[in-house]
Design a protein. Structure first.
Length: 324
């Protein structure tokens, strides 16, 4: 196994982002090994493996039977890499991210079990909103000093980790708690991931380094994104602030001209034209189809489901009034 590499967790519906992520890695970080870790069928990703140094792995191939069964779907797929990453140490990336600048140069001299993003200090209300219900969690782990880490909790769309640094049994316990009461942890993996990392730091001396390097575009102004994290910065040859751009909250799509999504669309286009060999017109058409299918269609389905629910509730209310 390689000592260091990059893991991108992905599935069919975010393949278009994951391929852009791969291309950003090749642009900024050279030939560092990359593993696309796929939830389910890997077929849609085979073209990416023609890029030297890019491999593919499915959660169907996990060695541990418990991980193979439970590390599936939104959030939990990525968790398997904490124990079965093909790299001893790795940079983890969600599919809807891109690398920006010499990110590895920023951390190459650091010794770590984990390197996590650091943004600001969370209040108790914010901890409950984004990570876990402290009261319920303390019922099961009364020795967890959660308040000691309020300035270190992180969005785990990106992190650096050492394979096997966390105890698998702790994950199994946290997973069971979430199945028993889904209000203990923030949905999916983020709450339990933060709990596991910082509980392990407290109890077992896990070496966690907090360092600000994640940029979530929806949290920044258009001016800041244009001046620091857009393709125009690359054209101008400006010095870059190393970062992982994480397009969560509001997904990037080709129909937007906002500088908040320009970097993702730039590397999507480069992947299709430089690797797939499409013309720019063909690439734009492909991107439009992808966004209609994976961004707008799910929104329309949710909107229709909401509308049907409101109509049903309205008619139910009318019927009750008639009965009265």
């Amino acid at each position: 196994m390689n000592k260091f590499g990059i893991v991108i967790a992905c599935c069919t519906s975010d393949a278009h982002y994951a391929k852009a992520c791969v291309y950003s890695i090749r642009h900024f970080l050279g030939d560092v090994p990359v593993c696309l870790f796929v939830d389910g069928d890997t077929g849609i990703f085979f073209s990416a493996t023609r890029i030297p140094g890019v491999t593919i792995m499915s959660n169907n191939e996990l060695r541990d039977p418990w991980l193979r069964e439970h590390c599936r779907g939104w959030g939990h797929t990525k968790m398997a890499m904490l124990w079965e990453s093909p790299f001893e140490r790795f940079l983890y990336l969600d599919a809807d991210t891109i690398v920006w600048g010499d990110l590895l140069g920023m951390v190459k001299s650091l010794d770590f079990d984990f390197i996590v993003d650091r943004q600001y200090s969370y209040s108790d209300v914010e901890i409950r909103q984004w990570f876990f219900d402290q009261t319920k969690l303390l019922h099961h782990y009364p020795d967890f000093n959660y308040g000691d880490y309020r300035d270190k909790y992180a969005c785990n769309g990106t992190f650096f980790a050492r394979r096997g640094a966390l105890d698998l049994e702790l994950y199994k316990q946290a997973y069971a708690l979430q199945q028993m009461d889904d209000s203990i942890f923030y949905p999916a993996d983020m709450g339990m991931w933060n709990f596991m990392v910082f509980y392990s730091a407290q109890k077992f001396g896990l070496h966690v380094v907090s360092q600000q390097y994640q940029v979530i575009p929806v949290d920044h102004s258009e001016k800041e994104m244009r001046e620091n994290y857009s393709p125009s910065v690359l054209v101008a040859g400006k010095n870059l602030s190393p970062a992982v751009l994480h397009f969560c909250g509001k997904k990037a799509h080709i129909f937007s001209r906002s500088p908040k999504v320009a970097a993702m669309n730039h590397f999507r286009l480069r992947y299709l034209t430089e690797h797939e060999g499409l013309s720019k017109r063909q690439a734009y058409m492909t991107m439009a189809k992808e966004d209609m299918l994976y961004v707008f269609k799910p929104k329309a389905k949710k909107g229709w489901a909401k509308l049907r629910r409101l109509i049903r509730e309205a008619f139910t209310g009318c019927n009750r009034e008639k009965q009265v």
